[in-house]
Design a protein around this ligand. Structure first.
Ligand code: NAP
Ligand code: MG
Length: 403
């Protein structure tokens, strides 16, 4: 069999610990036998980031802007404990995902991988629900303070022109707490564009929710910007038969609970943080959740939503067998290869992405899966726990049949 050819390289961002081990296994067992893989490789492993003063992370993000598609392995974000574990670290390097996001901009979309054998907690959910989380501002870039005496708090904006705008927040007669938060029109506009572009890509309805009845100016502006931007996508939405609508967050929650899924829910930063945890938990687990960063002009970085699975890595280092779930990382690869195929007009590469996903789901449906999934299967499904390597071999077997 001839291997599938690629024309443009995929930006490959390698990572850390157990996911780094799985990364290599996925390439060896599932991709290299079938695809003449062309990647521009960036090692985002913690020590390589340290050796290059984190330049490698910046370069990998720039390469993604150049080529348009990247696939990323989970990486360690160092904290105090990691500084002790790796004494050679020059600095407590920033989160690679944060660095990449600040260079690329864009929005993170998280989608659960849904299989028949694992039933969502919410019984009417049949199709995945994708959460689009605005990743800038609001309480994540706020200042807050506590005061102890009676008084008044005012909000002052000092324009560069010298003009000042002043607004009384509240007069209080005792101790109080305060929060000042903001967002920028540019960031909200980029968020809206990324959401519309992604809905077109997935050919799914898009819902945006906020609380503009209470926060008339702040959330009201979000709603207006979405409406303004939608004008540029309206024709395409109509052509595809998909819809965009705004609704109050309360109504959105009620609708989601009654829906069968299969839509994209755009959320403000805090709502997206909370709702993505709710959706992933209700569908199964983080190990079955994919994540993609999409820029307003459609550049994509695919990854798993989980971390480097440290506990499993230490067992692996001791020579013990591990049953780490590779599905979200496989889907990061399949998503990136499919996107590359679509952009380059390579139908067989795009089809390979679909086949890789089908082979993975077929193996799970046949009852062969990693340990974490065995604990989740519906009553009546007989499931056997496999180690990661055997599970990947089983997928390779199914994939060979589909090719
Ligand atoms: P984690 O790696 O997601 O793992 C937390 C626990 O969830 C694991 O110990 C495991 O539970 C379970 N789990 C997660 N993924 C699994 C999988 N694929 N298969 C089976 N079980 C899985 O999160 P963490 O322990 O909080 O973080 C570890 C490191 O990852 C940290 O250094 C953090 O900085 C990094 N991180 C990176 C990213 C990213 O690059 N996107 C995201 C989050 C965290 P059991 O041990 O009970 O089996
Ligand atoms: Mg959260």
């Amino acid at each position: 069999m001839d291997k599938i050819k690629m024309t443009t390289p995929l930006v490959e961002m390698d990572g850390d610990e157990m996911t780094r081990i799985i990364w290599q296994m996925i390439k060896d067992k599932l991709i290299l036998p079938f695809v003449d893989l062309k990647t521009e490789y960036y090692d985002l492993g913690l020590l390589a980031r340290n050796d290059t003063d984190d330049e490698i992370t910046v370069k990998s993000a720039e390469a993604t802007l150049k080529y348009g598609v990247a696939v990323k392995c989970a990486t360690i974000t160092p904290n105090k404990q990691r500084m002790e574990e790796y004494p050679q670290l020059k600095k407590m390097w920033k989160s690679p995902n944060g660095t990449i996001r600040s260079i690329m901009g864009g929005t993170v979309f998280r989608t659960p991988i849904v299989i028949d054998a694992v039933k969502p907690v919410v019984k009417c959910w049949k199709k995945p629900i994708t959460i689009a989380r605005h990743a800038y501002g609001d309480i994540y870039k706020a200042v807050d303070m506590a005061t102890t005496e009676p008084g008044e708090c005012v909000l002052v904006f000092k324009g560069e022109s010298g003009k000042e705008e002043v607004l009384s927040v509240q007069k209080v007669d005792g101790p109080a707490i305060w929060l000042g938060q903001h967002n920028t029109e540019k960031s909200i506009r980029d968020f809206a564009r990324a959401c519309f572009a992604y809905a077109i890509d997935l050919k799914q309805d898009l819902m945006f929710s906020a609380k503009d009845t209470i926060s008339k100016v702040y959330d009201g502006r979000f709603k207006e910007i979405f409406d303004e931007e939608f004008e540029n996508y309206k024709a395409k939405f109509e052509e595809l038969g998909i819809t965009y609508f705004y609704t109050l967050i309360d109504d959105a929650v009620a609708r989601i609970m009654r829906s069968e899924g299969g839509l994209i829910w755009a959320c403000k930063n805090y709502d997206g943080d909370v709702m993505s945890d709710m959706v992933s938990t209700a569908f199964g687990s983080l190990a079955m959740m994919t994540s993609v960063l999409v820029t307003p002009d459609g550049k994509c970085e695919y990854e798993a939503a989980h971390g480097t699975v440290t506990r499993h890595y230490y067992r692996y280092l001791k020579g013990e067998e591990t049953s780490t779930n590779p599905v979200a990382t496989i889907f990061a690869w399949s998503g990136a290869l499919r996107k590359r195929g679509e952009l380059d007009g390579l139908a067989d590469l795009a089809a390979f992405g679909d086949k890789l996903e089908k082979a993975t789901l077929d193996v799970i449906s046949s009852g062969r899966m990693t340990k974490d999934l065995v604990a989740m299967v519906s009553e009546g499904v007989s499931a056997t726990a496999m180690n990661t390597s055997d599970f990947l071999d089983a997928i390779a077997g199914e994939l060979a049949k589909l090719m």
